[in-house]
Design a protein around this ligand. Sequence first.
Ligand SMILES: Cc1ncc(COP(=O)(O)O)c(C=O)c1O
Length: 416
Amino acid sequence: MGKISNLRCPKCGHEPASKTEFQCPRCRSILEANVAIAHLSRADFQAMRQSRDHTIWRWFDFFPVEERSCIVSLGEGCTPLIHARRLGDSIGIAKLYLKNDTVLPSGSLKDRSNSVGLSKAKELGFTTATVMSTGNAAASVAAYSAAAGIESVVMVPAGTAPSKIIQARAYGASVVVIDGNFDKEVAQLYKAAVKEFGWYDCLSSNPYRDEGKKSYAYELVDQLDQQIPDWLIHPTAGGTGIYAAWKGFKELLSLGWIDGAPKLVASQSAAAAPIVAAFKKGLADIVPVIARETVAESIQVGNPASLGWRALAALRESQGSAVAVSDEEILEAQFLIGSRAGIFAEPAAATSVAAAIKLRKSEMIGRDEVVVCNLTGHGLKQPEAIQLSKLELAPIAPTLDALKERVKSIAESFTA
Ligand SMILES: Cc1ncc(COP(=O)(O)O)c(C=O)c1O
């Protein structure tokens, strides 16, 4: 049987005929892509697991892309799942696993979604893709557009540091600086441009794009050889990662290929934690907050308006939780991930380990439970988060004594 996909409103159930409108014409909710998977068998799963295709596309049947010839891939997915023994020992979680998405082609989890999103753009015949972003999404959309042969336009607010947009520019995107605030004027112009010019919208409101992050579920089940982790902790901004991972697990459950699913945890910076706040208050939807500055820049989102409710539902259905962590806790976790697991994660990504530490301390996570922390972005995305001390930068005399003394004082400063 061939693969059928449609767009459906998760709130009112309406199924519009258009494949290119992303909002429900009746209730304005963001539509959801659905893929027919009921015909898939266990043998299909084994074949997918054994595929020589080491990208998310080994799970092709789960994605809303019909034509294999339209796949736009840069080798994303099947990222290492590392049993981080040293780090686990130091935080009291013996079976701590790190899902290392820092090695994705553009350096962040966004490649899981944009590989699917831009493949769909190609299939639908779009010639220009756009996104408003100052960070990981901009770089990823630009990279996949370049690979697809699609023009990309990235909109950023005036005052954005060049370092934030250099990666997108390197992939050939047209980066347009707009005089205005990101959430107001830039957002308004973005919406108007999508409508006026018919550009392909690559924000998280794109239902095709979000399906790519379902691959977390398939990969974890594969890599843990069908053992189900007790906990899966995911750095969260808009909530698409949490929601999509949960959807992936539910698909596998519905097919009878697994018999349980992890408890999902959304980790957020305390400076921008609307999902945590809504979860703790038992609300069905989020109440937007003004995001304060945080070292976890990539997830500094105060208003995940359109999709926050789906993430909340996923957290509850999975009997999971939501945890806010301070900048201090995030930087401490970033240091531990680097120095005890050998992975340089950006601060946003380190929130997952910071949350694991917190949940372990409160004994919500047990010592012998299997815990997976997603590391969603590379530390080189935001190198300035690592503050070198004056001591480290000051040159020493080229003598063995001075070298010995300096190594000792640096080691002392780390343990201080
Ligand atoms: C590094 C990083 N981690 C996690 C996320 C989480 O995003 P979401 O909650 O939308 O899946 C983002 C999104 O901006 C990100 O850049």
